[in-house]
Design a protein around this ligand. Structure first.
Ligand SMILES: Nc1nc2c(ncn2[C@@H]2O[C@H](COP(=O)(O)OP(=O)(O)OP(=O)(O)O)[C@@H](O)[C@H]2O)c(=O)[nH]1
Ligand SMILES: [Mg+2]
Length: 224
């Protein structure tokens, strides 16, 4: 008999991370037992996500915290509240904003036995926030699996260096870090100049979905 208490949460962090988990969430009937949570500093982007959402606002007043709760748990955005902007590639900003929501993030982590962190590295939020959540999850004795992408070469050396330092940080806390290179999309013989990027991304999303599914099933069986 299956252990009904066995639970997993997939966090999609930053713009790319939320895109990927949005795809997985929207294209999986067999993953409905998994808790999907999009986390972003960019409110406009976050509104596109169909999963549960956590906004890392850049303000700390009580009224904004109240608005944050309404936005997380309510269905409609309150129009009067100004939109929270992304970190603009600033890891320090993303880390600071993540730490302000420690209690809320830890509450979500505690619901699960396995934590998956999905992020596209190279920007601020995916790189900064994922390392903070990985640390929280490991300190709460969870199994932590990270699935991250490295930026395209054309995005420049700085973004690549940021991504590599992010991977090094994640390896301190994760049980395993799966790294996927965006650049591979350009080398794929099925991808040419006429292939829409969204189609190429979806193949990668599918690959990431399979990693999550395999790990989840492995653990589910062990727990049965
Ligand atoms: N595979 C894939 N990669 C993406 C996607 N969106 C962005 N990326 C890659 O991820 C890197 C980081 O971009 P974002 O995820 O938008 O950045 P962010 O984490 O939101 O960071 P800030 O906006 O700077 O706070 C980019 O440099 C791209 O290489 C996506 O949908 N799929
Ligand atoms: Mg962003």
């Amino acid at each position: 008999m299956k252990n009904k208490k066995f639970k997993a949460t997939v966090f999609g962090i930053g713009g790319g991370g939320q895109n990927i988990i949005n795809y997985i969430y929207s294209n999986s009937d067999n993953l409905k037992k998994i808790n999907f949570v999009s986390i972003n500093t960019d409110e406009q982007m976050l509104l596109k996500s169909k999963t549960k959402k956590f906004l890392l606002d850049d303000k700390t007043t009580k009224s904004n915290l109240k608005n944050f709760f309404i936005k997380v748990f309510g269905k409609f955005l309150i129009k009067k509240v100004p939109l929270a902007l992304g970190s603009g590639g600033d890891i320090t900003n993303a880390i600071l904003r993540t730490k302000r929501y420690k209690d809320i993030i830890e509450k979500e982590i505690k619901k699960s036995d396995i934590i998956f962190l999905v992020a596209c590295l190279g920007g601020g939020t995916g790189t900064g926030t994922s390392t903070v959540i990985a640390e929280y999850a490991k300190k709460l004795n969870k199994k932590v699996f990270c699935i991250v992408t490295k930026p395209f070469i054309f995005e420049g050396e700085r973004r690549m260096a940021v991504a590599i330092s992010g991977i090094n940080q994640l390896e301190k806390y994760a049980d395993k870090v799966f790294t996927i290179e965006n650049e591979k999309l350009l080398e794929n013989k099925n991808t040419d100049i006429n292939t829409p990027l969204s189609k190429a991304f979806n193949e990668m999303n599918q690959e990431i979905k399979n990693i999550v599914l395999n790990i989840f099933q492995d653990f589910s069986q062990k727990e049965s």
